[in-house]
Design a protein around this ligand. Structure first.
Ligand code: NAP
Length: 398
């Protein structure tokens, strides 16, 4: 990382975590697509040295721990990596490995582009109008991990303290979760969203929050966004309160929506939304809901990024899909597109374009995995690996 951005060698070493559940199937399918696109773009002048690092069940089996220190060190050292989904138990057991990875590398932006590929089945009438990039704050909110179990001594102590100190009456059998939203972390996420909107010539940034109810967390996030825009982006951003849909030339509109109405409007008028900046939990819900409009989470890529250090870990939005583990059935598109995002991030734009064009062609030909085939007329259902082989084949004609 330099002060002008990443300086990428001709043969970068890129660590990867295969992941749990469908992860191994997805990587087996995606690697040939990555290799084919790199070879076609650079004719051997550039290559990737893929370096496997362990996390999740495979790490536990081989090393007796779920997230070995050397995995974190590899991601830290090589800056850019990619991972499959990892299992997180609900209600008990280990903390989320994904959250640990994001927090330990301070990957404060979760960036999730949501866009439509022609031919993919959708539950909405005009999926081609969906073209959004979600910037989800990745290090705090309820994901900060400050939770206490119902009935424990610490919980009872905290409940008593809050009653004594602030007069807050909380039922003694409650579990407690704390939600910190800081000005500094909110501002760096919002700054990343604003910079992205400017660098990619986007039309608007919408801050999505529930600030009417959670005034000092979500409401503050909203206020810090408008404050930051005024302080640092007065030449590029303009508040919707001054201009709504017809801003002066060259200006990007800064809007806001309550999270509840956002879900409705993202469905009924998606064309009004472009860059979305929001907090951790909202961002999680929103990205899956938006993905449903463009074919589902089998097609939804993501990236966790720290724009200052350059560190980035790319990953599908979906989880381990345990029902399909080892069946060579899951849709590898989300991982393939996460790879395409990675190549774009390191400046290998030709590779990204080849991958996206080959995917487009494969969807056009209606050769798709089970998740899409069940929603399409006259589609041919293919396995995870065969889908990827067809993507490679379709790349040859490009
Ligand atoms: P999930 O793994 O995302 O799967 C939910 C459903 O989404 C699947 O049953 C399937 O739906 C569909 N789906 C997911 N991936 C797909 C793919 N590649 N192709 C086609 N369809 C796909 O969610 P979950 O079952 O709630 O979570 C399972 C585990 O994953 C949990 O331990 C959770 O914590 C973890 N998780 C990890 C990450 C991460 O690593 N970043 C993210 C989310 C969840 P149908 O059955 O309807 O076809």
């Amino acid at each position: 990382m330099t002060n002008k951005g990443l300086r990428v060698p001709e043969e970068p070493i890129i660590p990867f975590i295969e992941g749990d559940g469908v992860g191994p199937d997805l990587f087996k399918a995606a690697f040939p697509v990555f290799e084919k696109a790199i070879e076609k773009a650079f004719k051997g002048k550039r290559k990737v040295q893929w370096l496997e690092v362990l996390a999740g069940e495979k790490a536990f089996k081989e090393r007796g721990e779920f997230l070995p220190q050397d995995t974190l060190e590899a991601f830290s050292r090589y800056l850019v990596g990619i991972k499959g989904p990892l299992t997180t138990p609900v209600g008990e057991g280990i903390r989320s490995l994904n959250v640990s990875l994001r927090q330990s590398l301070d990957l404060y932006v979760c960036l999730r582009p949501i866009r439509y590929f022609k031919g993919v089945p959708s539950p909405v009438k005009r999926p081609e109008l969906v073209d959004m990039v979600v910037f989800r704050e990745n290090t705090e909110d309820v994901y900060a991990g400050f939770e206490l179990r119902s009935g424990s001594a610490e919980t009872l102590d905290l409940i008593k303290g809050m009653q004594d100190k602030y007069g807050w009456r909380i039922k003694p059998d409650s579990g407690i979760g704390l939600k910190p939203i800081s000005r500094s972390n909110s501002r760096r996420l919002l700054r990343a969203a604003f910079n992205y909107a400017i660098n990619h010539n986007r039309k608007s940034v919408t801050i999505v929050h529930k600030g009417n109810i959670q005034k000092f967390t979500e409401g503050a996030f909203r206020n810090w966004g408008f404050e930051l825009a005024k302080e640092e982006y007065a030449d590029q951003l303009i508040s919707y309160e001054e201009y709504d849909n017809d801003p002066p030339k060259g200006k990007i509109i800064l809007k806001e929506r309550m999270a509840d109405i956002f879900f409705q409007q993202a469905l009924t008028r998606p064309e009004e939304f472009d860059i979305i900046a929001t907090m951790n939990l909202n961002g999680d819900y929103i990205s899956d809901a938006l993905a449903a409009q463009v074919g589902g989470i089998g097609l939804a890529p993501g990236a966790n990024i720290n724009f200052e250090t350059g560190n980035a870990v790319f990953e599908p939005t979906h989880g381990t899909a345990p029902l399909y583990a080892g069946l060579n059935k899951a849709n590898p598109t989300s991982l393939i597109l996460s790879g395409a995002l990675l190549f774009d991030y390191i400046g290998w734009h030709q590779v990204t374009k080849l991958i996206e064009d080959a995917l487009r062609e494969t969807f056009n030909r209606k050769t798709v995995t089970y998740d899409l085939a069940r929603l399409m007329d006259e589609a041919t259902e293919v396995s995870c690996s065969h889908f990827a082989e067809l993507v490679c084949k379709n790349m040859e004609g490009l």
